[in-house]
Design a protein around this ligand. Structure first.
Ligand code: SF4
Ligand code: SF4
Length: 380
C-alpha cells in the first residue's frame, strides 16, 4: 500500500480510499467484508457521504473495535432527514448531522470534515453568514475536526475556501476528461474556433499547484468520471481508460493524496487495488494527450468554451451532473437541482453550439436532461 501525508496534520492516508455513494448496495455482512478487505490491504480512508442512511449503521457495525484503524471523512451539510441523501446548510442541521455522524461511528472526532458539495457562491455565502463556517473552525481548534476541508466540483469555489486560510483538505472531482481544455490553432486570429490540441486546463492546474504550495491535500472524487471513462462508447477519448490508468492520472496531479473510489462492494475495491500490481505499461495514459479535439466530437468534457449562455446556465456543470446521474450516481441529481439555472431554463437558442470545439449537440442534451429530470417538456 502506498500512503501520502496531509501536510497540516501529518495524517497518512492510503492513495486509494473508499467512496460511499453506492455502498448502499452492500448489506451489513457485505459491508463488514468490504472493511475487512480494506484493512487487510492497508486501505485506511473512508468517505462517509452515502446516498441513503442505512450504510451508516452498517459502517457502525463494521468499524466496531477498529475505528482508530481508519480515517473517516465526514460531511458538513449532508442530511438524511427525508430518508435519503439531501443537503441542508443551516447551522442547526449541520450541527445535528455532524453530531449524529460522530455518534454512529462510535468516536468523538472526525479525521477530516468537509463542507459538503459547495458549488455556488450562494451556498458559500450562506455558510459564511449563518455561523456554520465559524462552528467548523471552532471544532478544528478544539481538536474534534482534525482536518477541515471542502468538497466541490468547481475551482472558483475551491479558491474562495482556500482564501480563508482554514483549509487542510480539498475534495475535488479530477479525471482526464474534467481537466482538459481545447487549444485554438490561433487563439487571436479569425480561425480561433478551429481547435486542434488539448491541454490540461490552466485554472485547474493552478488550483492543484496552489494546494501543493499551501499544504492542502486533495482527495479525488469521480476519478472514473462516473464510469464514463471506462467504456469506449462513453469515453470522450473514443477509447476506454482502465481503472489503474484513471487512478494513476488523478494521483499524478500535484497535491493529490488519495482517490476515493466509489464502491458498491468488496469487488469494486479489489478492482481499484489493481493499481498496485499494474505494470508501468498498463499505467501509461499518455494516449489521451495525443488525441486531437476533432477526434473527440460529440462528447462533452465540461470545459465551458460554449459559454456564455443568455439563460445563464452553467452548461458544463449541468452536463456533468446529468452525465453522472445517467451513469447511476444518485447524489448527482441533488447537485443538479442545486444549480441556480438548469436544463429547464434553456431557451434552445443554439448560440452555444457554434462555440463548442467538440460538436456537442447541446440543445438535444438539454432536452434529454429536461425529460429525465423535470416533469414538463422543453421548448422545441
Ligand atoms: S458542450 Fe462543448 S464547450 Fe460546452 S462544456 Fe461541453 S465540451 Fe465544453
Ligand atoms: S441553447 Fe440553451 S444552453 Fe445553449 S446558449 Fe441557448 S439557452 Fe444556453
Amino acid at each position: 500500500m502506498e500512503y501520502r501525508t496531509l501536510p497540516h496534520s501529518g495524517m497518512k492516508v492510503s492513495t486509494i480510499g473508499i467512496g460511499s455513494g453506492s455502498v448502499h448496495e452492500s448489506n451489513e455482512k457485505q459491508t463488514v467484508e468490504l472493511i475487512d478487505y480494506a484493512q487487510s490491504q492497508g486501505i485506511n480512508l473512508i468517505d462517509m457521504a452515502t446516498s441513503y442512511p442505512e450504510p451508516w449503521q452498517n459502517y457502525g457495525v463494521a468499524l466496531k473495535g477498529r475505528r482508530n484503524q481508519f480515517h473517516l471523512q465526514m460531511h458538513l451539510g449532508i442530511t438524511y432527514e427525508t430518508g435519503q441523501y439531501s443537503r441542508n446548510y443551516t447551522l442547526e442541521s449541520i450541527k445535528r448531522s455532524f453530531e449524529n455522524q460522530i455518534e454512529i461511528t462510535g468516536s468523538d472526532y472526525a479525521d477530516i470534515a468537509v463542507f459538503h458539495c459547495i458549488d455556488t457562491a450562494e451556498d458559500y455565502n450562506k455558510l459564511m453568514d449563518n455561523g456554520a463556517f465559524d462552528y467548523a473552525v471552532k471544532l478544528k481548534r478544539d481538536g474534534v475536526i482534525r482536518n477541515l476541508g471542502v468538497a466541490t466540483h468547481t475551482a472558483e469555489i475551491a479558491n474562495r475556501f482556500i482564501a480563508t486560510g482554514e483549509m487542510d483538505a480539498l475534495m475535488f472531482s479530477i479525471n482526464a476528461a474534467y481537466d482538459l481544455d481545447p487549444v485554438a490553432n490561433d487563439p487571436y486570429g479569425e480561425d480561433s474556433k478551429n481547435y486542434a490540441g488539448i491541454i490540461v486546463s490552466q485554472n485547474r492546474q493552478k488550483l492543484f499547484q496552489d494546494c501543493y504550495r499551501l499544504g492542502i491535500g486533495i482527495n479525488v472524487m469521480k476519478a472514473y468520471g462516473g464510469g464514463k471513462l471506462l467504456d469506449a462508447k462513453t469515453s470522450p477519448f473514443g477509447q476506454a481508460m482502465s481503472i489503474p490508468q484513471c487512478l494513476k492520472y488523478a494521483l499524478d496531479r500535484p497535491s493529490v493524496v488519495s482517490c476515493m473510489v466509489g464502491v458498491r462492494n468488496k469487488q469494486d475495491l479489489e478492482d481499484a487495488a489493481q493499481l498496485y500490481s499494474a505494470a508501468d505499461k498498463e499505467l501509461d495514459y499518455s494516449f489521451i494527450m495525443k488525441i486531437q479535439s476533432q477526434d473527440m466530437r460529440g462528447s462533452c468534457v465540461y470545459c465551458n468554451h460554449c459559454m456564455p449562455c443568455p439563460a445563464e446556465i452553467d452548461i458544463g456543470q449541468i452536463h456533468k451532473f446529468f452525465d453522472l446521474y445517467m451513469a447511476g450516481d444518485e447524489m448527482a441529481k441533488e447537485h443538479y437541482y442545486a444549480m441556480s439555472k438548469n436544463a429547464s431554463d434553456c431557451i434552445q437558442c443554439g448560440m452555444c453550439e457554434g462555440r463548442c470545439p467538440f460538436g456537442v449537440a447541446i440543445r438535444e442534451k438539454m432536452r434529454s436532461a429536461r425529460t429525465a429530470l423535470h416533469t414538463t417538456s422543453i421548448i422545441n
